[in-house]
Structures are given as structure tokens and as C-alpha cells.
Design a protein around this ligand. Structure first.
Ligand SMILES: Nc1nc2c(ncn2[C@@H]2O[C@H](COP(=O)(O)OP(=O)(O)OP(=O)(O)O)[C@@H](O)[C@H]2O)c(=O)[nH]1
Ligand SMILES: [Mg+2]
Length: 258
């Protein structure tokens, strides 16, 4: 039983998202591929149950949406990275700091399988830290960002990793990203330093730029590939090597491909 009290000012609406995990083995003649909608009038709640089998009569079907969380100091470019990935644009102009948390969905086609990412853009400001903590546990993947033009954001990576180990799932997919790689004159963190730190912690790493688009698609695709692989791996298939994949596909900071 769950007790929950919600309060809102008059004429405001609260959206309540319930995550329901159901273990269910599909039957051969199962026709229940679509979403089911259950209605509980006594509670006044609508609970939407999504049913995501891996394959149906041998045909791959969409996977359960995966939660990808963007974390790092305020101003490192989390929101810009997400906007670049989702809309292919760069948010230039004045910096609007994220309040609390924001969500965006994107479906990727990974080896003929639709992988739905629900991307959570967290606020880097200290005052929202307790909000962020509440989301770690449900995240399947974490993109941890620092800003190559901001040494403090790089030095804080260790503290972020401590948080990750405290609050996230043990098997969470983790990747370190050095963002703003397009800036050359104000750069204070070398790529080699990022690589060294990532190696120390055994985390895949690459530099990105929300401005030029450098490696942005790759960061999310790599994570989606790893998540898909975990769910759909055939018994004899070797483990997906995230860092190797990233190394093969990665572009250098001088380049402007997305
Ligand atoms: N040159 C350059 N500027 C960037 C890049 N990414 C973000 N910026 C700039 O950095 C500033 C902060 O970007 P945001 O994406 O809002 O930062 P954030 O990490 O979401 O910050 P919080 O929401 O406070 O946690 C903005 O002024 C952006 O225009 C990048 O790749 N290159
Ligand atoms: Mg933001």
C-alpha cells in the first residue's frame, strides 16, 4: 500500500506519473500488444500499463523506455546537449538555468530495434540537489558532464561520482562527457586530462559540443546500444564494449560533424 498526499494551489493540475513494473511471460497467441488502460474509479486514478515484450512471433518490438539522466555542475551544457540531440539546434544567448528537472523523449533506431530514451535534464545548482537524488535510482544510464572551459566543473566530477555511487543503481550505464569542445581559446581542461580521469574511474569518455554537435548523437546512441544489448543479448553474443564503440565512432574536437 502506498499513501501519497499531493497539494496544489487552486486551478493548478498535478501530473502524477506512476511507474508500474509487471513481470509477464508472453504467450504464443497473445494479441495484447497494444497499451492497456486500466481505470480505478474508486481511487480516481488512471493507470496506464505499457506492455513491452522483446519479440512478438520473432519480430523485435519496442523496448521498455530507458531513463537517461544528465548530471553535472550548473552551466556545463546539459540542457544544450539535450536540445541539440532532440531538436538539432543550439541554445545560444543568455543562459537559463534549469529549475528542478525537465524531461524529453526520443526514440532511436538501434540495429532495427526501437529504443525509447526518456531523458531527464537535471538542474546543476546545489539548491536542487535533493530533487536530483530522487531520480538516480530509476536511471538506467547517466551522462556526467563537465565543461572544458571550467576547471571547477572538472574538479567536481569526483564529487558527482560519489553521489552516483551512493544513489544510482549499481549496474547503471555511466559515461563522462567533456562538453564545449568547440571552444579553443578558453579551454582549461585538456582532452588527455579527461581521458586520464575517466580511466581512473573505469568510465567511458569523450568530448562533446552542444554548439557544433560534435559527438552529441554518438553519446546517446552509445548509451542506447548498451541498454538495448543488455535486454536483447543472445546467449552466445559477446558483451557490447561501450568504450571501444565510442573510440571507433568518435570525432576529434576540430571536427564539426554531429
Ligand atoms: N561554446 C559552447 N557553449 C555552450 C555549449 N553548451 C552549452 N553552452 C553554453 O553554456 C551555457 C549553459 O548551458 P546550459 O545547457 O543551460 O547549462 P546546464 O548544464 O543545463 O545548466 P543548469 O541547468 O544550471 O544545470 C549557455 O550559455 C550555453 O549557451 C557548448 O557545447 N559550447
Ligand atoms: Mg539546464
Amino acid at each position: 500500500p502506498v499513501e501519497c498526499r499531493l497539494m496544489a494551489p487552486p486551478h493548478h493540475t498535478i501530473q502524477l506519473v506512476l511507474k508500474v513494473h509487471i513481470c509477464y511471460k508472453p504467450q504464443q497467441n497473445d494479441s495484447c500488444l497494444s497499451n492497456m488502460l486500466l481505470y480505478r474509479p474508486t481511487l480516481g486514478l488512471q493507470v496506464k500499463v505499457h506492455y513491452f515484450p522483446k519479440t512478438y512471433h520473432g519480430i523485435p518490438v519496442p523496448l521498455h523506455p530507458s531513463g537517461v539522466m544528465l548530471v553535472g555542475d550548473s552551466g556545463v551544457g546539459k540542457t544544450c546537449l539535450l536540445v541539440r540531440f532532440k531538436d538539432g539546434a543550439f541554445l545560444a544567448g543568455s543562459f537559463i538555468s534549469t529549475v528542478g528537472i525537465d524531461f524529453r523523449n526520443k526514440v532511436l533506431n538501434i540495429d532495427a530495434v526501437k529504443v525509447k530514451l526518456q531523458i531527464w535534464d537535471t538542474a546543476g545548482q546545489e539548491r536542487f540537489r535533493s530533487v536530483t537524488h530522487a531520480y538516480y535510482r530509476d536511471a538506467d544510464a547517466l551522462l556526467l558532464l563537465y565543461d572544458v572551459t571550467n576547471k571547477a566543473s572538472f574538479d567536481n566530477i569526483q564529487a558527482w561520482l560519489t553521489e552516483v555511487h551512493e544513489f544510482a543503481q549499481k549496474e547503471v550505464v555511466l559515461m563522462l562527457l567533456g562538453n564545449k569542445a568547440d571552444v579553443s581559446h578558453e579551454r582549461v581542461v585538456k582532452r588527455e586530462e579527461g581521458e586520464k580521469l575517466a580511466k581512473e574511474y573505469g568510465v567511458p569518455f569523450m568530448e562533446t559540443s552542444a554548439k557544433s554537435g560534435l559527438n552529441v548523437e554518438l553519446a546517446f546512441t552509445a548509451v542506447a546500444k548498451e541498454l538495448k544489448h543488455r535486454v536483447m543479448k543472445e546467449p552466445n553474443e559477446p558483451k557490447f564494449q561501450l568504450q571501444e564503440y565510442v573510440n571507433r565512432e568518435m570525432k576529434g574536437a576540430g571536427c564539426c560533424r554531429s
